[in-house]
Design a protein around this ligand. Structure first.
Ligand SMILES: Nc1ncnc2c1ncn2[C@@H]1O[C@H](COP(=O)(O)OP(=O)(O)O)[C@@H](O)[C@H]1O
Ligand code: SF4
Ligand SMILES: [Mg+2]
Length: 379
């Protein structure tokens, strides 16, 4: 299979673009702090601010791409959404119900409806169990169907993901990376969930196999009416699968837009830097290369103001305006009230101060960014 982009069904695109399209997931002000304990008294000596006030919606049937460098909090967001861990604060609503603090018997039916696949499906497969048993495990846990019905469901699901029924008796080590991811997908989808969190599912695969797995996920989404949160550290991977993209940096969402806007007209300097790392075949559209300086700072002690400020190429080009280090930029609509494109930057990467900062003292004194301050527009 070639690496060509997945085709978008126009009806589906139109349906998802409706402003009133129902949300399957609504996340509000989600915060997750992990205490680090130490010393002889095992006291909390530091706190990892893994997720720091994240809000987003996922519409029924869409794929929301969640992208950012390693350590930005993507996996933690996925685990919070699935209620695998409890947030420090904030809420998660699933299909209209607040599931943030439900437990036990109330959580079990929700668990069936939200599944996850990982970068390394091997880790979640029992090496001593034939893969048919691993795929059917969720059916047994949730007591779905008779034994014969479960066998039939497993067989159908294997067929859907491109595995032959005779594979059911084989063991995980007998499969290639791409086939193991198919096993992981079958295992997650056999219980007929509504939502699938895909946590870097192709990051460990060869590029040619990546395209196969992405295309499989796309066709399964159409066939089974699934909603995806698709996590990746690489913009190139989310481009092929997402309807909308949320960009995350050090525990915060810095930009959200539909796929076309994200790739054609990114506004946040971090999004622009991530995008400049992926090759563009069309020389007319070639982006200016932005090399991100250094690593993601520690979430134990994140930078003040805008968390991206020590690495921000636009701030550097503006001569280091103080507001970037003093005031945290809010995630705001670029066109007020429209809600299609949100960005958290005092300068929005476009060289003009956002209305929120126009009266903010130091920032209003900063000169507008030169044209070159918008790398993604270059070319
Ligand atoms: N259980 C945990 N205890 C302490 N720190 C954690 C835990 N889980 C994640 N972290 C930290 O939270 C931050 C975000 O992690 P993660 O959500 O895995 O990011 P990503 O998936 O974007 O790479 C990282 O600094 C990570 O080390
Ligand atoms: S607020 Fe300042 S530091 Fe943050 S992204 Fe915008 S220009 Fe860069
Ligand atoms: Mg992760």
């Amino acid at each position: 299979m070639s690496a060509e982009p997945v085709r978008v069904d126009p009806d589906r695109a139109e349906r998802l673009a409706e402003p009133g399209a129902a949300h399957l997931v609504e996340v509000r002000n989600l915060v997750k702090e992990f205490p680090i304990r130490g010393g002889i008294l095992n006291r909390t000596i530091a706190v990892v601010q893994a997720v720091s006030g994240v809000s987003f919606d996922i519409r029924r049937g869409e794929t929301l791409g969640l992208v950012g460098e390693s350590g930005s909090g993507k996996t933690t967001v996925g685990r919070l959404m699935l209620r695998l861990i409890e947030p420090t604060s904030g809420t998660v609503r699933f299909d209209g119900a607040d599931i943030t603090y439900i437990h036990g018997g109330h959580l079990k039916p929700i668990r069936r409806r939200m599944q996850i696949i990982f970068q390394d499906p091997f880790a979640s497969l029992d090496p001593r169990a034939p893969i048919g048993d691993s795929i059917g495990e969720g059916l047994r846990i949730h007591q779905i169907g008779s034994q014969a019905e479960r066998r039939e469901k497993v067989r159908r699901m294997m067929d859907l993901v491109g595995l032959s029924p005779y594979h059911a008796r084989r063991y995980p080590h007998e499969f290639s990376g791409g086939q193991r991811q198919r096993i992981g997908i079958a295992r997650a989808l056999v219980v007929e969930p509504d939502l699938l969190v895909c946590d870097e599912p192709v990051s460990a695969l060869d590029v040619s196999i990546q395209a196969q797995v992405l295309n499989l996920l796309k066709s399964l989404q159409r066939e089974l009416d699934l909603t995806y949160l698709f996590i990746a550290h690489n913009m190139g991977v989310v481009e092929h699968i997402s309807d909308r993209v949320a960009v995350m940096y050090l525990g915060k969402i810095v930009e959200v837009a539909d796929r076309e806007t994200t790739f054609r007209d990114p506004q946040h300097p971090y999004t622009q830097a991530l995008l400049s790392a992926i090759p563009v075949p069309d020389p007319e559209r070639r982006r200016r290369r932005v090399i991100l300086k250094g690593d993601v700072p520690s979430p134990v002690n994140p930078p003040s103001g805008c968390r991206f400020n020590p690495r921000c190429q636009v701030r550097a080009e503006l001569g280091g305006p103080a507001i970037c280090a003093e005031q945290e930029p809010a995630l705001l609509d670029l066109v007020p009230g429209q809600g299609h494109h949100q960005c958290a930057c005092h300068f929005r990467g476009s060289g003009t101060a956002a209305p929120s900062t126009a009266a903010a003292g130091p920032a209003s004194a900063a000169s507008p960014a030169p044209g070159g301050a918008t790398p993604a527009h270059g070319g």
